[in-house]
Design a protein around this ligand. Structure first.
Ligand code: FA5
Length: 369
């Protein structure tokens, strides 16, 4: 065997050994050890064989160099193959990237305004065209604004604790609740209401969640001289049992117009104009004689819906006692007021037959508006 043949045989044996060592490595460390053993730049076995090339005859060296390069490439690619195989095995399917950029995206779902809030905006717009501006008042009220000034005396059944949500809390909790209400409003007057209510709560005056928006009539008249033409929309609270047309929390639109020579005819025209604007020209509205302590005469307003009359509000001429309570002279000014159920109006317009739908938070219902 020539020296060249012996050299080539050594290289072939080395390639076989290296491939076997790489393939049998079961961890990255073992594979690295094998790489250093065969391919290491200083002490590697390939390097050792390469050093032996100097002992070959000059004429044999080109062939030997060629073979050496071939074997080096062969061992290199055996190492790369073993490393790839080991990587796949060790990584396994669980370590796949959690983010797959090829999947179709999820369109973010936008929320939208609650149907009652939408209704409130429409009502404001209609009444704005009739010349009414918007006033606001607190949801936590004192007995003066919720009852007394509205001609509802202490012994009146409407003031029964069972008919109202009185706030039975210590002074600090009362103050906190007042704070929540005041925080919801940007209105400067509400903040002063808050400080007033806080002071009253500390002094032990009874407070309650307002049972009607008529409270705002009083607040506006206390602060403004006639003429007045306002509406006020917001939440009111009553311990009513929930059914298809009642809910313990609901919304009212209060209206108040005070001027010289205001009559019942003005009230009826405004309510009819409002009803046809919101519910359509073909709506049937009727006024029934009724009683409220703060209006005289008083009516209740009904619309015709699904073969029956449904009450949507109370109204009347502001009682002279109320005008006097806020310092007006009933001999010179008169006025009308109304309080309408916002949910019932919205139900009639959108053919919703159960008020509870508004507050179930079922997005399948809410998304329709
Ligand atoms: C009042 O609240 C009077 N403040 C209305 C008023 C204002 C009369 C100004 C005169 C002058 P009443 O309790 O009837 O009245 O309520 C008015 C409307 O609120 C009702 O017609 C109804 O549409 C709605 N309503 C009353 N209770 C509930 C309830 N529990 N759930 C849903 N809507 C209700």
């Amino acid at each position: 065997m020539t020296a060249l043949e012996a050299f080539i045989e050594k290289l072939d044996a080395l390639a076989r050994d290296a491939t076997a060592a790489f393939e049998s490595a079961t961890t990255a460390e073992e594979l690295e050890q094998a790489r250093v053993e065969f391919l290491g730049a200083r002490q590697g076995r390939l390097k050792a064989i390469q050093k032996g090339m100097g002992r070959l005859d000059r004429s044999e060296r080109p062939a030997a160099g060629k073979k050496l390069n071939e074997v080096k490439r062969q061992i290199d690619s055996a190492f790369q193959a073993a490393r790839a195989a080991l990587g796949k095995e060790q990584a396994g399917p669980a370590v796949r990237s959690p983010f797959d950029p090829t999947l179709p995206g999820d369109r973010p779902r936008l929320g939208h305004v609650h149907p009652i809030t939408q209704t409130i905006e429409v009502l404001k717009e209609i009444m704005g065209r009739l010349g009414f501006s918007v006033a606001e008042g607190p949801e936590i009220e004192d007995e003066w604004h919720n009852f007394e000034a509205l001609n509802i005396p202490a012994a009146h059944p409407a003031r029964d604790p069972l008919e109202n949500f009185y706030i039975d809390a210590g002074p600090s909790q009362r103050a906190e609740r007042c704070h929540e209400t005041a925080d919801r409003s940007q209105d400067g007057d509400l903040l002063s209401d808050f400080y007033r209510a806080t002071a009253e709560a500390r002094a032990g005056a009874p407070l309650l969640l307002r049972s009607q928006t008529s409270t705002v009539q009083i607040r506006v008249m206390e602060q403004t001289a006639p003429p007045i033409r306002i509406i006020s929309l917001g939440r009111v609270y009553r311990p009513d049992t929930a059914d298809a047309t009642h809910y313990p929390l609901f919304h009212q639109m209060e209206g108040l117009l005070v001027d010289r020579q205001v009559t019942m005819a003005d009230l009826k025209s405004v309510l009819r104009m409002f009803a046809t604007s919101y519910l359509g020209e073909d709506v049937h509205v009727r006024f029934r004689p009724s009683f409220f302590p703060f209006t005289e005469p008083s009516v209740e307003a009904d619309f015709w819906w699904n073969d029956e009359w449904v009450e949507f509000g109370g109204a009347g001429m502001v009682d002279p006692n109320v005008l006097r309570a806020v310092g007006y002279d009933p001999e010179t000014v008169s006025g009308f007021a109304f309080g309408l159920g916002v949910e019932r109006l919205c139900m009639r317009r959108h053919q919703i037959t159960d008020i509870r739908e508004f507050y179930r938070n079922d997005v399948r219902f809410l998304r329709q508006f």
